[in-house]
Design a protein around this ligand. Structure first.
Ligand SMILES: NC(=O)c1ccc[n+]([C@@H]2O[C@H](COP(=O)([O-])OP(=O)(O)OC[C@H]3O[C@@H](n4cnc5c(N)ncnc54)[C@H](O)[C@@H]3O)[C@@H](O)[C@H]2O)c1
Length: 491
């Protein structure tokens, strides 16, 4: 099974809202059931966070056609017709059992039913429900719209077939499903977190470190390593050239030392709670939860982008449905004389010290516009894989007006001329709010046989599409800027 057409999200709080945002942005229709009258307001805030994060992840690119989000009054109505049901209700076994009973009664015959529980056993949740063979734990991490991992844990009644389907479904919405071979309380992630949490509580209670010191050790040190290599790969490198075996020989004996209080838990009394809560308040320095969420998401996006640039870890999973469609060549030349080849906003990272879009980003925007035109004539990424491509051989950008961060922009493109091997393009970048011309870009591109390493004629079908554009645009005036050179005007 590929991407679900419809998903049901039962419980739309922090986690359910995150699931809804991920699914909708992946193009899946989502029906939500949540009895809280305030559920819509809370979910809108999560959706806004997710949309802002996506705009940062894909600056200046469309994210694709989002799915529809609807609210239903009952679990049955939400679940009806859904391929994937994701329960994210409060962490109480009796409540989850009741909810899964209702889900099982309404679910379609092949729906996958996941629970976001952080630690309850799937065998307990599914014990009495209908269709228990398709129920499993699918434990995500907050924020679900950015963090890809989901722990898949089957219970005694879960079928191997359902697990296999779930692995495909969650992967289809950009997640990294990891299958645990046996069910265990708290699964893998929360066990690791619990170990660190217990140790941290002791370090605070014993007066060794504050909340801030402990967080600094994580975020300036081990946390940076974990995000890209995890625990075992990091230790492998810790062993130097001799690798993991040497690491184990060197540090194995220290496991016997009294380095941990893991099996002891400090008394959970008011003094400890006050100490941790006030240290945490001090650490936040007056920033609201919403402000901290924005900081977290911006940082996560930029970490994911860095990992994507290295095609590594969570970064290698990032998908943009619109980009996938471009890759598959499933984009047709639109009708009409005016070709809008790009639209988007000035990303926060695109500005210079004046607070305006910085100069090299204009080229980036024009280059995205050129790429779109090439896709339309059949020269996109799928074509490049055949061994031919278009190379830009000359560019002239004219900067006409300034534009600030966050402002919407659009590009119109004119095919000035073309022959068998070359296309001469002219882009106009406009501000959407005032309709003012911000910049123009004139570009000459050469068709190249990359295997032979030299220019070559484009295929007939591509040439025919260029001819079509030229015919449609024959009535457009030739822009004055074409062929202009840079220089001081002679008096
Ligand atoms: N918060 C996290 O970091 C995190 C991470 C991973 C998994 N989880 C798990 O996700 C689940 C949800 O946690 P959360 O943090 O989103 O909690 P939450 O309190 O933010 O959201 C729970 C939502 O469920 C709704 N709800 C209550 N009764 C319901 C019912 N009968 N039917 C439908 N909805 C109902 C509530 O109105 C609320 O909006 C829990 O099982 C939790 O263990 C939480």
């Amino acid at each position: 099974m590929g991407k679900p057409k419809k998903a049901a999200v039962i419980g739309g709080g922090v986690i359910g809202g995150g699931w809804a945002a991920r699914l909708v942005l992946a193009g899946v229709d989502v029906a939500i059931a949540d009895p809280d009258p305030d559920a819509k307001r809370k979910l809108d805030a999560i959706m806004a966070n997710a949309e802002r994060a996506m705009a940062r992840l894909w600056p200046g690119q469309t994210i694709g056609d989002p799915g529809q989000l609807t609210y239903e009054d009952s679990i049955g109505a939400a679940v009806s017709g859904a391929d994937l049901v994701q329960e994210s209700a409060p962490e109480r076994l009796d409540l989850k059992k009741r909810i899964h009973q209702e889900i099982g009664e309404a679910a379609s015959d092949d729906a996958i039913i996941g629970s976001s529980t952080s630690g309850l056993l799937p065998s307990d949740i599914q014990a009495e429900m209908p269709h228990a063979d398709r129920m499993m734990v699918a434990h995500p991490y907050n924020p679900v719209y950015l963090l890809p991992v989901v722990e898949i844990v089957g219970g005694q009644k879960t079928s191997a077939d359902a697990i296999a389907k779930a692995m495909t479904i969650y992967a289809s919405i950009g997640m990294k499903p990891v299958h645990l071979q046996k069910e265990i309380d708290a699964f893998v992630g929360d066990r690791l977190l619990e170990a660190m949490w217990r140790e941290s509580l002791w370090l605070i209670k014993d007066g060794i470190a504050t909340a801030e010191t402990i967080d600094d050790v994580v975020r300036y040190g081990l946390g940076l390593r974990y995000a890209q290599m995890g625990q075992f790969m990091t230790y492998r490198l810790g062993g130097g050239e001799a690798g993991m075996r040497h690491f184990l020989e060197q540090f194995g004996p220290s496991l016997q030392w009294p380095w941990t209080k893991l099996m002891d838990v400090p008394d959970w009394d008011d003094d400890l709670i006050d100490m941790i809560a006030s240290q945490s308040d001090a650490q936040a320095k007056g920033k609201s939860i919403h402000e901290l969420e924005e900081i977290r998401d911006n940082n996560l996006v930029d970490i994911l982008k860095a990992l994507k640039a290295n095609d590594w870890g969570a970064g290698a999973l990032i998908q943009n449905p619109a980009e996938d469609r471009v890759k598959s060549g499933d984009q047709r030349l639109p009708d009409g004389e005016v070709l809008e080849t790009w639209s988007g906003r000035v990303d926060q990272n695109w500005t210079d010290y004046n607070g305006h879009m910085t100069e090299f980003r204009y080229l980036e925007v024009f280059s995205m516009a050129t790429d779109r035109l090439l896709v339309w004539v059949g020269g996109g990424p799928a074509y490049v894989e055949t061994g031919s491509s278009w190379y830009t051989i000359e560019t002239h950008i004219k900067h006409i007006d300034e534009v600030a961060a966050g402002k919407p922009m659009r590009v119109e493109t004119q095919l000035i001329s073309h022959d068998a091997k070359r296309i001469h393009l002219f882009h106009k970048l406009y501000g959407v709010e005032k309709g003012n011309l911000l910049a123009t870009g004139e570009h000459m591109l050469m068709h190249v046989d990359m295997t032979a390493g030299r220019s070559s004629p484009m295929p007939d079908a591509m040439k025919a599409l260029c001819d079509t554009i030229a015919e449609r645009q024959a009535g457009l005036p030739r822009p004055d800027e074409i062929g202009a050179s840079i220089g001081l005007r002679q008096k």
